[in-house]
Design a protein around this ligand. Structure first.
Ligand SMILES: *[C@@H]1O[C@H](CO)[C@@H](O)[C@H](O)[C@H]1NC(C)=O
Length: 142
């Protein structure tokens, strides 16, 4: 009797937990839904020939998204990243009261899911370059 009661409680917990956590999962870091807001760290790098096949420079407002976001984008072609439909998409990144619109031209291998790797010009629109890395950058597709 005691055993079956605890088994019931255990089952209830197993079945109820996903239902209660679902709304939070929707807002989780790096969610793939295009309408949701993503968030992660912001960094900057010196671009060259990017994964999208374009040569860009530090003054270009391009961005590298994480390999996770890049590779899971609908229509991503693993054998030819240049043809990934994510290439050329614009996103608005917001940090505090500042924001910048940048175009995806590259894939960041060292980025966690929601992270963005900007050019120095792009990063500079959000924060001083001295910071190097900023946290809680929110972004969404535009
Ligand atoms: C990136 O470089 C290409 C040429 O290689 C250029 O056409 C494009 O405008 C650049 N992107 C941005 C956002 O400046």
């Amino acid at each position: 009797m005691k055993l079956s009661n605890s088994a019931t409680v255990l089952l209830a917990a197993v079945f109820l937990t996903p239902a209660y956590s679902a709304p939070m999962a929707m807002q989780s870091r790096g969610s793939m839904a295009t309408s949701t807001s993503h968030s992660g760290d912001g960094t900057f790098y010196q671009p060259a020939l990017g994964a999208c096949g374009k040569k860009n420079a530090s003054h270009d407002l391009i961005v590298a998204v994480s390999h996770a976001v890049f590779d899971s984008y609908p229509g991503a072609n693993p054998s030819n990243p240049n043809k990934n439909p994510i290439c050329g998409k614009k996103l608005r990144a917001t940090y505090g009261t500042k924001s910048v619109v940048v175009t995806v031209e590259d894939r960041c291998v060292g980025c966690a899911t929601g992270d963005l790797d900007f050019t120095s010009t792009g990063f500079g629109k959000l924060a001083s370059l001295d910071k190097g890395r900023i946290h809680a950058v929110r972004w969404q597709w535009v």
